[in-house]
Design a protein around this ligand. Structure first.
Ligand code: ADP
Length: 662
């Protein structure tokens, strides 16, 4: 076994690899960029080496520098994690040529599966079913359009070098093809340095089922059962589980056989995942989609149902050992889910969020595991992806695991940045999810999952009470804050009215002190309110005859509130404050479009003098590895276009100015 390895990655996966290496007595070397000087993976490793500026292409993608770091630290092997250089055959080759071990498959296996088009051709030859489509060399727009027309809409354009849902566009009708092609190619070029695409028949509401395979250098290939990753947003996984609901032994046999055939066809070694797309409830029609020649983000669910440590297996195989277990020694036991907690706002088109994590907690328990690269106080930077952590929850069977997942999600909390926790909590709570009726269109078919709803009475009561207590505490000079609160009156017995803004709407909550409690009113409701307990940011209040537990974090004027399983971001406007001016909704009020986050302008779809309508896409911005549409907030005439494609913009930069509709 190695005595020291370098981990060519960051975030949760770097921490994950360090954990196993440490347990095996293997020393670890982390690499870090300027943005990650204080990151958890940097702190956790035995040694850490700085490799460059924050942008990944100048640090985590600098293969040569990483290899030099490994050599200088005396590491014998490099674990690439996922993303970054993990599926870069040239890097794997360079590592080997430098006399180090690449903890992953041989470069030629990566190459064979690296391009989705070549992989499909290879798999078809190996007798594995593939999705019907075009994967030809001719890439001119006319040929591609002809092929798409021939396949029949809807179709899917995929970047052959793509991953993580990038460079992928669904096209519903021929008229939309050209524009989607252009944007897919552009995203592919910028993300993968290659704009080649393939076209596939788009299966409506399919399931994504993948098989974990493992091979050693001695000719042994096994599978570790399947995972269902059908709960997706924009073709990216959100909640994964193992095993797949409704999987029969017969179907599992066909799928795992196909996966092992795929691995054997490319002389595979190490951990790999063969992804299939399956149509319909009976999973009878399944097709090969691609093989990921690395450890997957969702590998923990497999670990939970097999009791194995996949990173340990990777290290053993890379060190030349045989697989620790053969097929008949590997058993499937129980059920597991993984929920990806991301810094993004699902209700705002999944806009990535950056900033400092004021709070990040998930409950602890015997069936709960948290894989994360971040802790409270850490910064989610614009330079990398938005994954904060993965909550993995197991149970005796699907119902048991799901009940535990629902409870754990309901008690998890992120504050300081918006997260997808409400979406995860609601999705896991859906009846259809409970019955296993999932497919890749699940979130789209349940639009209520994304909707923001304003806090209800307990939330407002807690918010107002916290303001009042803090104000009283600030005013109390020599008395205890509680005494001051009880005795203090502003304007005699007049209630104090606190204003908050949620989603552009002003909410007024009034508090009237009444001896040992308050009378709180919101809209046309009024109830007695007591503070039962306040410990740092956690509150227990009694509203009417019920107790509610809440978490409340203040950051400037922003209040991060959680009551029960729901979280909100609210703005505190103060007491006696005048209701704020309503924000302009759609309508001829003019205004400007500004950058919601730092990024690069990829295209501008409006010119000076154009008349635009509210909601019309005006620009595309690339940030945090995704393209984002920026739309007109109101109708009007374009008065100024302040940026051009290729421009880097800072957060808040004005990009386009719109004049009230002429
Ligand atoms: P990536 O490598 O970018 O993750 P994949 O090829 O693995 O791309 O596909 C990602 C997701 O896109 C799948 O899980 C599935 O939801 C969807 N998808 C891919 N191919 C098809 C298809 N032919 N029809 C419908 N959905 C598809």
């Amino acid at each position: 076994m190695f005595t020291k390895i370098l981990i060519a990655n960051r975030g949760e996966i770097a921490c994950r690899v360090i954990r196993t290496a440490r347990a095996m007595g293997v020393k670890t070397v982390a690499i870090y960029s300027d943005a990650d000087r204080h990151a958890r993976h940097t702190q956790l490793a035995d040694e850490a080496i700085h490799i460059g500026p924050a942008p990944a292409r100048e640090s985590y993608l600098k293969g040569e520098r990483i290899i030099a770091a490994a050599k200088s630290a005396g590491a014998q092997a490099i674990h690439p994690g996922y993303g970054f250089l993990s599926e870069n055959a040239a890097f794997a080759k360079a590592v080997t040529e430098a006399g180090l071990v690449f903890i992953g498959p041989p470069a030629k296996s990566i190459e064979a599966m690296g391009a989705k088009d070549a992989a499909k051709v290879l798999m078809r030859k190996a007798g594995v079913p593939v999705v019907p489509g075009y994967e030809g060399k001719a890439q001119d727009a006319a040929t591609l359009q002809r092929q798409a027309d021939k396949i029949g809409y809807p179709i899917l354009i995929k970047a052959v070098m793509g991953g993580g849902g990038r460079g992928m566009r669904k096209v519903d009708k021929d008229a939309d093809f050209a524009e989607s092609l252009e944007s897919a190619q552009r995203e592919a070029q910028s993300a993968f340095g290659d704009s080649t695409v393939l076209i596939e028949k788009y299966l409506t509401r399919p399931r994504h089922i993948e098989v974990q395979v493992f091979a050693d250098g001695h000719g042994n290939v096994v599978h570790l059962f399947e995972r269902d990753c059908s709960l997706q947003r924009r073709h990216q996984k959100v909640i994964e589980e193992a095993p797949a609901p409704g999987m029969t032994e017969a179907m599992r046999k066909r799928m795992t056989d196909a996966a092992i055939a795929a691995a054997r066809a490319i002389d595979y070694v190490s951990a790999g995942t063969v992804e299939f797309i399956a149509e319909g409830d009976n999973l009878d029609n399944f097709y090969f989609m691609e093989m990921n020649t690395r450890l997957q983000v969702e590998h923990p669910v497999t670990e939970m149902v097999t009791g194995l440590d996949l990173v340990e297996w990777q290290l053993c195989v890379a060190a030349g050992e045989r697989l620790p277990k053969l097929q008949d020694e590997i058993a499937l036991c129980g059920h597991a889910f993984e929920a990806r907690i991301c810094a993004e706002d699902p209700a705002r088109d999944y806009r990535p969020e950056t900033g400092r994590l004021l709070q990040f907690s998930v409950p602890e328990g015997p069936f709960i595991r948290l894989d994360s690269g971040f802790g409270q106080g850490d910064e989610i930077s614009v330079h990398y992806d938005s994954l904060i952590g993965k909550l993995i929850v197991g149970g005796a069977d699907r119902d048991d695991a799901l009940a535990r997942l629902r409870a754990a999600l309901g008690r998890s909390h992120v504050a300081g940045i918006a997260s997808n926790l409400n979406l995860l909590t609601r999705a896991a709570g859906e009846l259809d999810f409970g019955t296993g009726h999932i497919d890749t269109g699940f979130i789209a078919a349940h639009p209520a999952l994304l909707r923001h709803t304003a806090p209800d009475f307990p939330g407002w009561a807690c918010l107002a009470l916290a303001e009042q207590l803090d104000l009283a505490a600030a005013r109390a000079t020599d008395a205890s804050p509680w005494a001051a609160t009880d005795n203090w009156r502003l304007g005699g017995l007049a209630p104090l009215v606190w204003h908050f803004e949620y989603d552009g709407v002003d909410h007024a909550v009034s508090l009237l002190a009444q001896g040992d409690h308050w009378l709180v009113s919101w809209r046309d409701e009024a109830l007695p309110l007591r503070l039962v307990e306040r410990r740092a940011d956690s509150f227990t209040i009694e509203l009417g005859d019920r107790q509610y537990h809440a978490h409340l974090h203040a950051d400037g004027a922003t209040r991060w509130l959680k009551v029960g399983p729901t979280r909100w971001r609210v703005r505190a406007l103060g007491a006696f404050g005048r209701p704020p001016e309503r924000r302009d909704q759609a309508g001829g009020h003019g205004g400007s479009v500004s950058a919601p986050m730092p990024g690069r302008i990829v295209s501008v779809q409006a010119a000076i003098g154009d008349m635009v309508v509210a909601g019309q896409i005006l620009l595309r911005l690339e940030a945090m590895k995704m393209e984002h549409n920026l739309v007109a907030g109101s109708a009007g005439k374009i008065a100024a276009v302040l940026v051009a494609p290729g421009d880097q913009v800072v957060e808040g930069a004005e990009l386009i100015r719109i004049e009230a509709g002429a």
